[in-house]
Design a protein. Structure first.
Length: 403
């Protein structure tokens, strides 16, 4: 029975339903008359609905796959000039597309020249550093970074990182391979320490005395003299232009979203062309704000919580819903196309940084569906009256505040 002035998209009226069955039966008979033997359509398989059905599909039982981890709880690799911790997929199994790391360099510390078989992205969270990058064409960039700056090194671009000034430098890193540590990191001292002295003499014209003084194994992060923040080395930058540079000032970028609930800044390849496989992001949410339910159709997301407290909820494959509370030092991995939302649950703003493993930033939201899809479709899907949906916003919402 219809309520006056309201349309509820739940059932088809009986007369149309029965008429449809009569039409369907005739269509089946015709299909059986003209179909060849063994043709599934001749048996009516595309025309006749099941006689038994369920009104809703049951929720999937069982626990969801863990999607968060403690980055500084990962394996530490420490040498004289600093340390690094990482959290690859062998420690966080869901994170097959992106691995995270935390790099800490003492004053005077230098991460030796090395390269990876995967691309590297980083966000400087404290101190200053100078990166030296050598691309496969022989182009050399020397550029300084400070808090809020990011670097991006494509796979195979050799690079070194050294602290500037008397304050330690530390950065959050991400790699576009969940098993990057196992798949290939190649360092200068590690390689040279394995070569015969005759090879070193022939290739580099080094004397026997020099080759005997080379490291006997990997230095990794070596301790050197403190480099003044405003000294000659720091002033010796050799910057590429913006189209080729390995540095991007993410904290100074124009926000993609800025409102009373929070701010989102991104560094896609359009703005940071050297970053051909990842998009960097920096997000801040105010207390009681949330990044409304959404998903990324073409990228996995990995992020690291810098400050505040968040609750992350993810709708994983296999109909499972998982929720985790994060504190500073925690990270989250959100698989491609898995719907999720992020809430600030503390009394202070929260901020996090991270990447998508795609140079193009794309975001689809539940708000888009609810506001842009014709109301009669949404009403039919959810068994509601159309005017039950009159309260929906007129345009999609990305950030929201609790009321």
């Amino acid at each position: 029975m219809k309520a006056k002035g309201r349309v509820r998209h739940v059932e088809t009226e009986r007369r149309f339903f029965l008429g449809g069955l009569a039409f369907g039966a005739g269509a089946v008979a015709a299909g059986q008359a003209f179909g060849a033997d063994g043709d599934g359509r001749a048996a009516g398989k595309e025309a006749w609905s099941s006689q038994t059905f369920v009104h809703t599909i049951p929720r999937k039982p069982g626990a969801a796959q863990p999607f968060t981890g403690r980055l500084d709880g990962g394996t530490i690799k420490a040498t004289s000039g600093g340390w690094a911790r990482d959290l690859p997929a062998n420690q966080l199994p869901i994170a097959t597309g992106i691995a995270g790391a935390h790099l800490f360099l003492n004053p005077g510390g230098v991460r030796e020249m090395h390269w990876h078989s995967s691309a590297e992205w980083a966000y400087v969270i404290g101190g200053h550093c100078q990166v030296t990058v050598l691309d496969p064409d022989g182009g050399l960039e020397v550029v300084n970074l400070g808090p809020g700056d990011t670097w991006s090194f494509p796979a195979g671009h050799a690079h070194a990182i050294q602290t500037l000034g008397d304050v330690p430098c530390h950065a959050i890193l991400a790699f576009d391979d969940g098993l990057y540590g196992d798949h290939g990191t190649f360092g200068l001292s590690d390689w040279l320490s394995r070569l015969d002295q005759s090879i070193l003499r022939a290739a580099f014209n080094l004397s026997d005395a020099v080759t005997r003084d080379l490291p006997a194994a990997e230095d990794y992060i070596a301790q050197g003299p403190v480099i003044p923040l405003n000294g000659d080395v720091a002033r010796g930058e050799r910057r590429f232009n913006a189209a080729s540079s390995h540095r991007f000032a993410l904290a100074q970028a124009q926000p993609l979203i800025e409102c009373s609930a929070g701010t989102l800044r991104i560094a896609p390849a359009e703005a940071f062309p050297i970053s051909t496989t990842m998009t960097g992001l920096s997000e801040t949410l105010l207390p009681d704000a949330l990044h409304a339910p959404h998903w990324h159709p073409s990228a996995n997301e990995w992020h690291f919580l810098l400050e505040g407290q968040t609750r992350v909820t993810v709708f994983e494959p296999e109909k499972r819903l998982a929720t985790a509370n994060l504190k500073p030092g925690d990270c989250a991995y959100l698989p491609r196309a898995a719907a999720h939302m992020i809430e600030d649950i503390g009394e202070e703003p929260c901020s996090f940084v991270g990447v998508h493993d795609n140079p193009l930033y794309q975001e689809c939201s539940l708000s888009q569906w609810m506001t842009l899809t014709p109301r009669q479709v949404i009403a039919s899907n959810l068994g509601l009256w159309e005017d039950d949906l009159a309260c929906l916003p007129n345009k999609p919402i990305v950030f929201a505040r609790s009321v």
